[in-house]
Design a protein around this ligand. Structure first.
Ligand code: TYM
Length: 331
């Protein structure tokens, strides 16, 4: 039985990118794998959220997880900060991680560019904390979107380094996982290549968006006046509409609009209308469940408590083993 671990930062509601990168289909793995789904609240502190927002965001991600089909009886759903062993493992791993290699990480360089006034040490150490999340449960598979690929490579490097230094095979080497051959990258509605809440709220479709909001956002998606010659390559914004359609629509629908595009007969208004309806249909059951769960605080609290207990038990075992391997022993 494999151990599968998926994590999401609580920075707002979950969008379609999070769903296809870290959740879709993986809910099916709950039946024959040991699955952990967690909320990476420590990671979200790198952008200094307001304390009042943080708890609310954690609760919303918990609700979105449940509504997307994670069963807390089969899987372990937990909040990262409920498992302090993660911090200990981060400290232990970081002794064998070099500042230079962290400075070269693409996501770090990107943050330095984007938020030059807040280049905190948490950002630099972000991949080590992430490796600790994964290694604390000795996960085999980690469902992630394309943007997390490098972090998974680093996790394998750190695990391998630990094994080499301590002459052990203790840590498994986890892989970034998706059911298809490729990791996915769901694009934004604003023409950007990645749906991301930090870039542009209007580019995201949230699982908790009301159908009317979804229709409005999709109709406003960036497009152009259409191709002027047959079989032309698609500009990025148009490619995005097709990628979204591929994710949520029937193959015949996608094939129909592909053909329209190639024949220069495409009407983006029609395509967006169809896309909006398909997204609405796709998210409707999740959206209904979210509404139901929002008024059930007791249940949410129970899920978080149960998950914390299960996650701590798993983490505790790893930390005990790691201390032993390193030579930290009780008198
Ligand atoms: P985060 O919170 O940015 O995103 C959560 C998950 O959603 C995926 N994702 C996407 N996938 C496809 N298309 C998109 N547009 C898109 N946007 C987001 C991300 O790849 C990710 O899988 N560092 C992580 C959180 C984390 C984590 C971990 C993940 C912390 N520790 C351990 C896995 C294992 C992050 O910031 O994800």
């Amino acid at each position: 039985m494999d151990t599968v671990l998926s994590g999401i930062r609580p920075t707002g509601f979950l969008h379609l990118g999070n769903y296809f990168g870290a959740l879709q289909n993986f809910t099916r793995m709950q039946f024959d794998n040991n699955c952990f789904f967690f909320i990476a609240d420590y990671h979200s502190l790198t952008t200094h959220p307001h304390p009042a927002d943080l708890h609310e965001n954690i609760k919303n991600v918990l609700i979105d997880y449940l509504a997307a089909g994670i069963d807390p009886e089969k899987s372990t759903i937990y909040v990262q900060s409920d498992v302090p062993q993660v911090c200990e493992l981060t400290t232990l791993l970081s002794m064998n991680v070099y500042v230079g290699e962290l400075q070269r990480v693409a996501s770090f360089k990107e943050k330095v560019r984007r938020q030059p006034d807040n280049v905190n040490a948490g950002l630099l150490n972000y991949p080590v904390l992430m490796a600790a999340d994964i290694l604390i449960h000795r996960a085999d598979k980690v469902p992630v979107g394309k943007d997390q690929e490098q972090h998974l490579e680093l996790t394998r490097d750190f695990a391998q380094r630990f094994n080499r230094i301590y002459e052990t095979e203790y840590f498994k080497l986890p892989v970034a996982y998706n059911f298809g051959k490729q990791l996915v990258k769901i694009p934004g509605l604003d023409g950007s290549t990645k749906m991301s809440k930090s870039d542009n709220e209007a580019s995201c479709i949230y699982l908790s968006d009301d159908p009317a909001v979804i229709r409005k956002k999709v109709m406003k998606a960036v497009s152009d006046s259409g191709p002027t010659e047959p079989n032309q390559p698609k500009p990025q914004a148009i490619e995005n509409l097709f990628t979204l359609m591929q994710a949520v629509s029937a193959p015949e629908t996608l094939a129909f609009f592909e053909e329209q595009y190639n024949k220069c007969q495409i009407r983006y208004g029609d395509m967006k209308k169809q896309l909006a309806e398909d997204i609405v249909q796709f998210t409707a059951p999740i959206y209904e469940k979210i509404k139901e769960l929002r008024s059930n605080d007791d249940y949410i609290a129970k899920v978080a408590r149960m998950g914390a207990e299960k996650a701590r038990a798993s983490a505790d075992k790893t930390i005990k083993d790691v201390r032993e391997i390193i030579g930290i022993k009780h008198f």
